[in-house]
Design a protein around this ligand. Sequence first.
Ligand code: SF4
Length: 195
Amino acid sequence: MNIRLADNLQVDSIVDGEGIRTVLWTQGCKHNCAGCHNPGAHSFDGGFSADIDDIKRELLHLEGQDGITLSGGDPFFQVEACLEVAEFCRNHSINVWCYTGFTFEELFKMSKSNSQILELLNCINVLVDGKFVERQRDWSLLFRGSKNQRVLDVKESLRQRKAVQVDKYKEKPLYKYGMEQLDVTDFGKVQYMFI
Ligand code: SF4
């Protein structure tokens, strides 16, 4: 099976989930969030087609990675292909994070008519859900861009049939200097000091 990608596998990301992660940039998204971080990944004709068997081979040879992150685009617009990748990861004990513009509640409802959505959720450890909302943007949040988005424990969310956030990511991280007091015009220049 093939999958449409916006880019090659990106290794060593420290911003797309916990630890050092490999990111699969899927192509295609209909959410049209204003201020989207990756507008080039919206078109369903953009990017390129990749053989999932090649991706699996690459994943098996990665070193020093704590897991894979499905991002994009929105992986749930290619649910069948992403399910194949995520199932492979689960079978090889590779931790999976996934970013989606859908909320957990929307996905759960959609899964009633498309069982692959539920199967894909079952292969994901952590889901960062919801559209990026520019007016709720907050650079001090870990692994999410706007306050409405949630970092969800998928196994527990499915068990309880409601969105269950990962406790340690619910609140803002503790900084030595409050981000609110800083003029954050260039994210890369800010030195985080965890206490
Ligand atoms: S869901 Fe993500 S990729 Fe899609 S428009 Fe929103 S921010 Fe961009």
